[in-house]
Design a protein around this ligand. Sequence first.
Ligand code: ATP
Ligand code: MG
Length: 140
Amino acid sequence: MAIERTFSMIKPDATARNLTGAITQMLEEAGLRVVASRRVWMSQRQAEAFYAVHKERPFFGELTEFMSSGPTVVQVLEGENAIAKNREVMGATNPADAAEGTIRKRFANSIGENSVHGSDAPETAAEEIAFWFAGCDVVG
Ligand code: ATP
Ligand code: MG
């Protein structure tokens, strides 16, 4: 298996509850290494650009309003099979469907306020990392 990088975000519902450390610990315990990390309070415009792929979805307004409602922590994670591994540790989008031991099962409030984001494919991982970080900020 190849060493990959993926993009991860700790969402405003989680930073509000002071869960940055607890979530990062779960990622690290799963074998993922934080190779870049920054706290950002994004504007609604930035949220709209980041989530542009969802712009036709009925929850787009709700999603971008929530993502700009407080600080987030943007991170690059590195490890074997990091994209799939991160998705596994995150759990299903809706916490009601998330498996035991996942971040969303443990912490998510709802399908919208679901504590974490993770890239879903190599192409989106590369795009999302480049959206938030310059190459020199990622130190593996
Ligand atoms: P993410 O992209 O944040 O890692 P995901 O890949 O599991 O999550 P997507 O289908 O890409 O899920 O949806 C992006 C985000 O939009 C979700 O994480 C959630 O915050 C929000 N969302 C998705 N479906 C709904 C919904 N039905 N109602 C409200 N918000 C939703
Ligand atoms: Mg997604």
